[in-house]
Design a protein around this ligand. Structure first.
Ligand code: GLU
Length: 464
């Protein structure tokens, strides 16, 4: 039987690329072991959870192609179950009601910090015998007071924590709502999760969660805590470093395959292989080769991978992404060349589909603006005659394609003695508005006959 993993995001904003990597690792692990991948929305923090954030999780996962086998489960729908388990823990003496006031706890904290000790509950209510459940109280888990919690993290290795370091965790608040560590434990147990793969920021919670699982008498999953992603300055990757939201990468023109390939390698290795198809990721992913140390996000490498996929994926496939971007930029991609031709022409020259769409604009619109500097430099009297000659030939050309256009330009070069570059640059400025584009014959083909003729005429009109 395969394993059971879960991805358990809290819907409090966009889906961070770090969370996406966690999701990817959970998903790959499940797929590799023919297991089950569960999606659980940890929305108990009602103040910070939003429907928009839930939608962003779904949309991000759909875009990345990380399909789940069970779920989505919502923790806010499991409150009854959490209460039931809390009661069970109370009944079995694994939990107790605590009536300590805010003031008392505050005082305790101050005392401990004055003695330079870690803040922890002193267990005053642990042995109360005649407590009235109608008075305001929280429910605390009775953490073992001696011994150690040990687990073999699949990434970090053996982790050992003294129970004396842990205090009696609140599992239900005064208002009756369950706390984070408690809901995770109940759900992991109910969902029979046997492999917990999550960010290293949760490693301090694990010993507490294991103690509660023991008290519930359920099996303890294996844990794999994966290191954080850092920005270029060594601090945890955040908005300050640039885009961190998965959907932002989509909108910025990255292919999901490139982002996945980038994320899988960010903290995991398989020899020195850099390029992975989805199937190769599934076939090779293992937690033992996840690095212990934090990885730094490298935007250049992501760009490199994105370009790699734009160049190697079937152009028709990349074209669908390009069309989506053009639509977003308000470019009507039906009014010009087949987008796959644009992909083939531009994939070497751009890093993202957004850049591609922007460069492709001149092939699809009727009016372009000419860079004045480029015009001044290249649309000069000495090119007027060769351009006029070429214009006549182009007007007669019926089969509008790059090789045919190339022949005509070569004819003009031969007839007038102007250098190839000397005529290509003014042409480029005339038909695209600036000085960089694919080879001039391909550019003219993409611009199309009517627009090209019209633009060359207009350019000629500006030369004195
Ligand atoms: N909800 C937690 C988070 O988004 C994850 C908890 C877990 O994986 O155990 O960070």
């Amino acid at each position: 039987m395969g394993c059971r993993t879960r991805f358990a995001p809290s819907p409090t904003g966009y889906l961070h690329v770090g969370s996406a990597r966690t999701a990817l690792y959970c998903w790959l692990y499940a797929r590799r072991h023919e297991g089950t991948f569960i999606l659980r929305i940890e929305d108990t923090d009602r103040e910070r959870s939003t429907q928009e954030a839930v939608d962003a999780i779904f949309e991000s996962m759909r875009w990345l192609g990380l399909d789940y086998d069970e779920g989505p489960f919502y923790q806010t729908k499991h409150f009854e179950r959490y209460n039931e388990i809390a009661q069970q823990l109370l009944d079995r003496g694994h939990a107790y009601r605590c009536y300590c006031s805010k003031e008392r706890l505050e005082e305790l904290r101050e005392q401990l910090s004055a003695n330079k000790e870690k803040p922890r509950y002193d267990g005053l209510c642990r042995n109360l015998t005649h407590a009235d459940p109608n008075l305001p109280h929280v429910i605390r888990f009775k953490n073992p007071q001696s011994g150690t919690v040990v687990f073999d993290d699949l990434v970090r290795g053996r982790v050992e924590i003294d129970n004396s370091e842990l205090d009696d965790l609140i599992i239900v608040r005064t208002d009756g709502t369950p706390t984070y560590n408690f809901t995770v434990v109940v759900d992991d147990a109910d969902m029979q999760v046997d492999t917990v793969i999550r960010g290293e920021d949760h490693i301090a919670n694990t010993p507490r969660q294991i103690n509660i699982l023991h008290a519930l008498g359920v099996p303890i999953p294996v844990y794999a805590h994966i290191p954080m992603i850092l920005g270029s300055d060594g601090k945890r990757l955040s908005k300050r470093h640039g885009a961190v939201s998965v959907l932002q990468y989509r909108d910025d023109g990255y292919l999901s395959q490139a982002l996945l390939n980038y994320l899988v390698r960010l903290g995991w290795s398989h020899g020195d292989q850099e390029i992975f198809s989805m199937q190769e990721m599934i076939d090779n992913f293992d937690l033992h080769h996840v690095s212990k140390s934090a990885a730094a996000f490298n935007p250049e490498k992501l760009n490199w991978l994105n370009q790699h996929y734009m160049k190697t994926m079937p152009p028709e496939e990349v074209a669908r992404h390009l069309e989506w971007q053009m639509e977003r930029l308000g470019i009507d991609y039906t009014q010009g060349p087949a987008p796959e031709k644009v992909v083939t022409a531009l994939c070497d020259r751009v890093k993202t589909t957004v850049e591609m769409a922007e460069k492709a604009r001149c092939y699809y619109v009727d009016t372009i603006s000419i860079d004045p500097e480029a015009a001044q430099k290249h649309l000069i009297p000495e090119v007027k005659m060769p351009l006029e000659l070429l214009l006549l030939k182009l007007q007669d050309l019926n089969d509008w394609n790059a090789p045919a256009i190339h022949t005509l330009i070569a004819d003009v070069v031969a007839q007038t003695g102007i250098g190839m570059g000397k005529i290509a640059q003014p042409l480029r400025v005339a038909v695209t508005g600036n000085t960089t584009s694919p080879s001039i014959d391909v550019t003219l083909e993409l611009v199309g006959k009517d627009r090209a003729i019209h633009r060359i005429e207009a350019a000629l009109g500006t030369i004195k």
